[in-house]
Write a protein that binds this ligand. Sequence first.
Ligand code: GDD
Ligand code: MN
Length: 873
Amino acid sequence: MQFSLIIPTLNEADNIDPLLTSIFSLNDLGNQFEIIIVDDHSADGTPDKIKQWQRTHNVHLVERNAHQPDLTASIIEGVAVAKYDVVAVMDADLSHSPEKLAALIQPVLANQYDITIGSRYIPGGDTIGWPFYRLWLSRAGGWLARAICDVNDATSGFFAFRKEFIHRITDNARGYKILLELLMTGGNQPLRVKEIPIHFRNRLHGTSKLSLSHHLAYLQQLIILAGGTISFHTASRFAIVGFLGVFIDVFIFQWLTGQGASLATAHISSFIAAASFNYTLNSKWSFRLHHAGHLQWNQFSRFLIVGIFAMLLRGAILAWLVYTWNIATEWAIFPAIIATAIVNYLGSAFYVFPRTKPAASTDTHWRIAAIGIVGFVILLRLVYISVAQLIPDEAYYWQYAQHMDLSFFDHPPMVAWLIWLGTTLAGHNEFGVRLGAFASGLIAMGYLYTFACNLYDKSTAMRSVLLLAIVPFGFAAGLAITPDAPLVAAWAATLYYLERALLANRSQAWFGVGIAFGIGILSKYTLGLLGIAALIFILVDATARYWLRRPHPYLAVLIALILFSPVIIWNIENDWASFAFQTTRVGKVHHELSTHKLLLQIAIMLTPVGLVAAAFALRSVTLSYCQREEVRKALFIIIFTGVPLAVFFVASVFGPLRFHWTGPLWLALIPTMAWMIGKRDQFKHAVNWLNTAWQPMIIVSLLTYAFILHYATLGIPGLPYQFLNEHYFWKEATAEVEKISDEIKQVTGETPVVVGMSKWSVASALAFYGNSHPPLEIRSRNLFGEHASMYSYWYPDESSIHQPILLVGMKPRALEKAGSPSENLENKLVNPGKINSRIIYRHDGIVLRTLYYRIAEGYRGSSINTDKRLSPQ
Ligand code: GDD
Ligand code: MN
């Protein structure tokens, strides 16, 4: 074989003889190769050892005399004198076994691959004899590299490549990880890389030269390769500026809170002051090289965007520390500032002042954006699942969990089970209630990622998760606990297993299909649409039809049925009430063409850009289907998106749908939408426009979420709570209801029975936020013969109540005779008083909402039952 073997050395005297003896005793290498040993001024006599070999064998010594030893520089010097076109690199300490050399070099020599890597992290490879911390460090390093490079062992020191690639390495390449540099030279056109498993053995002689500074240099190199700007120079200046900024920030914040300003006003004002200061200094000083000198609008607007993100996140963290952890405001500001600094720094390095010469590939940019944004979304969710008060829907499902059952009237039980589990683990609080939603959000991301990986590639998969994180239905599903949270996760999981079963022909995957589908249908019946789609796919696709003659799909159906059996049992026990409810709800024909509304709903669920992107993605898979390219994949995407979509379209012809129903069906198409984002050049003008449009769309959606959540918890200075005043702030409203109840008790000597005058919202929210002992007795409006979903089961008709009655409503109409809930209201009450209202304030005096209530002396009983169908025996 004709190749040059480069061996860098630094104080390896004891290893030279055993290494070279072992290499020259190999038969499979032939005798046409040369060995170039690049020594970095070793002090232990290494060069002398090498010179002895030089006389008798094809060994060359390159003696470096640089003022600093450097591995990468050594290898580059070695390559410069190499005679052959193929170059291999290995360590001198026998960690890499010479027996693997032939296998490593052969594929590059044959021009089947551009680079081959001796890999510790693929099946068959391992590391022997390293202490735990080294193993861990190496793993962590490899894991970080995987964000930008699809190789399992990008930090290996044992590899072979075609010599010409060395010229593509950036001039400033330093340190240990020359391989990573090489791998990234591909830019937008991927290199052909092969990994060959190796056993890495710890050295017997001498010591490792790897030190902390190498690890830091590696991190720095990663950031640069990822398209960021970082140098210790920049970082330290940034830190100095930031440090000064913190003083300004803290000073103004403490002063304002001292003056009685609200948390929001104080932190936003101090942020703006500190950020203006930071930007001026950073652009003039820290990132000066990357700054044109005069004000650039593009750069300034990017700076503003990063700043607003950082500020909104810090509000969340402040609220979390102060409200959830009860940390004093003056201390809470410090961790909040640290979080701000991290967002600001990463935002500056990658977005405001990115590396431009040479710029990272678009692909890498999207990867980094995906990681940053998905991380931001997860953090935002993690904070707000504790901080934000429950919306009434969530409180209602929490009520489910207080009445644990096999199923429920208006939904299957998964949402209740999740809440039960979450509150059992984490206690009676918002975090416990929403833990299941948060977990579902992560599970959905995981399955979508692997699904997209299987359909396309890793970059596409990362962008898919990015899209899931930012489209409204995806963002909300990981935050609020509703049946849609587990539904989205199960939908993604079912798709993943179906793809494995139907396209990859893995029979094992059918078990996954059964379990995921069973869990999904326990979450929400909409998932059944995937079942229909699967059936259609099997019938249409000739290859998949084979499964009809195999037991696996039937087993999957059986598993799903067993999982679903609680719902069936509940329905048998309850006269098929929930099936009846669901079929009448879906079947209610309004004869009202609502297709235009459906389109609007999709534009809301996916964002407008998402809607257009979805249309293009569908067109693109249809085209590839017609042109017989990757037919089965295209068919899979068309059917698993098209069938549920068609069902909704047909349904919309007959009447309006609930706006969030279409959400999960896009999971099958998101990978294609994500794939198109990366394929800028292959498509026509419109698609290019679309790709450009995603960027602002992503930013706008994220800003909107962060803004709304900030508004709902800390508030936004100058913006009154006009938009949430009916359905929200039940924590404070409940405290007021308990106060009214106490007042009644003082006058009459009896505690009132509280009746929430809405289907379930008011009663559930009051129950969740109730604090009094014993807890308030709460009923819902089914007392007046009105529909009240599960409340009709939990509290079936009362004969009469000889206690005061306190009616509570979100709007005055709900307490009136003529409005909902029907004329029964006043007939059934003893001496009802007039409708009253109270304004609800936050602890700091901000007006939150109005609460409407009405007091009566008693309840006459439900002699007239207007809603027979709902009352169980
Ligand atoms: N010329 C030169 N200059 N050679 C050096 C230098 C240097 O600055 N530093 C180290 N070497 C040589 C060593 O003499 C040895 O032959 C080889 O490079 C690897 O150095 P070690 O000090 O043995 O590294 P390690 O065993 O801790 O690290 C190994 O695993 C890493 C993966 O975690 C190496 O294979 C690394 O390349 C690899 O990245
Ligand atoms: Mn070593």
